[in-house]
Write a protein that binds this ligand. Structure first.
Ligand code: VGL
Ligand code: ZN
Length: 207
């Protein structure tokens, strides 16, 4: 059991990020039993859910002539384009069937503004619009955030980095995450997290 001021953030463990899903993360399914075991150690658990409207700006299909994994510039800066994924209410957007965290208390849905993506569970990609998670964690007295889920180099990393921005201690439990790793994104994410003093842990540290 961790401290009362600790929270676990379970990032985007959704069907579309598992093998066979629209934006499958290699071996993403492997983390599910481990995430369940880790979550049992935390009193405060937040789930995040990527939750896009059809025609979302992060979908390659929304931009003529563009393909998934290409980058474009949007109003707020560079955006990687993805296959259509995690469309609101779809089976792909549902949590993985094996995810078993009945005591999780809040679900943060993100990426719901059509023109703005949100990898982070705290701040959307315009770097201005809050999801409300900072206020929720503050209200619950949380000081340390542990992150697990999908994908290490996008939503997990951005969430951990933003936790630091909001004055929280942050850690990523590496073996309870899997990465997309496109165009150097995984080493870049670890570098940014190291610079921001995000701790890189193994699940053994919390089990
Ligand atoms: C994610 C790409 C697009 C993630 C979400 O959960 O890491 N990656 N949307
Ligand atoms: Zn997304």
């Amino acid at each position: 059991m961790q401290r009362a001021s600790d929270a676990l953030v379970v990032v985007d463990v959704q069907n579309d990020f598992l093998p066979g899903g629209a934006l499958a993360v290699e071996r993403g399914d492997e983390i599910v039993p481990l995430v369940n075991r880790i979550a049992a150690q935390f009193a405060v658990v937040v789930l995040t859910q990527d939750w896009h409207p059809a025609g979302h700006a992060s979908f390659a299909s929304s931009h003529r002539g563009k393909r998934p994994f290409q980058k474009i510039r949007l109003a707020y800066g560079e955006q990687v384009l993805w296959p259509d994924h995690c469309v609101q209410g779809s089976a792909g957007a549902a949590f993985a069937a094996g995810l078993d965290i009945p005591h999780a208390q809040v679900v943060i849905r993100k990426g719901h503004h059509r023109r703005v993506d949100s990898y982070s569970a705290f701040l959307e990609a315009d770097r201005r619009t809050k999801t409300g998670l900072d206020g929720y964690l503050e209200s619950r007295g949380v000081k340390r955030v542990f992150c697990v889920g999908l994908a290490t180099d996008f939503c997990v990393a951005w969430t951990a980095l933003d936790a630091r921005r909001f004055g929280l201690q942050a850690a990523v439990i590496e073996d309870a995450c899997r990465a997309i790793d496109t165009d150097g994104s995984l080493p870049a994410a670890w570098k940014a997290m190291q610079k921001a003093s995000v701790r890189r842990l193994s699940s053994a540290a919390v089990l």
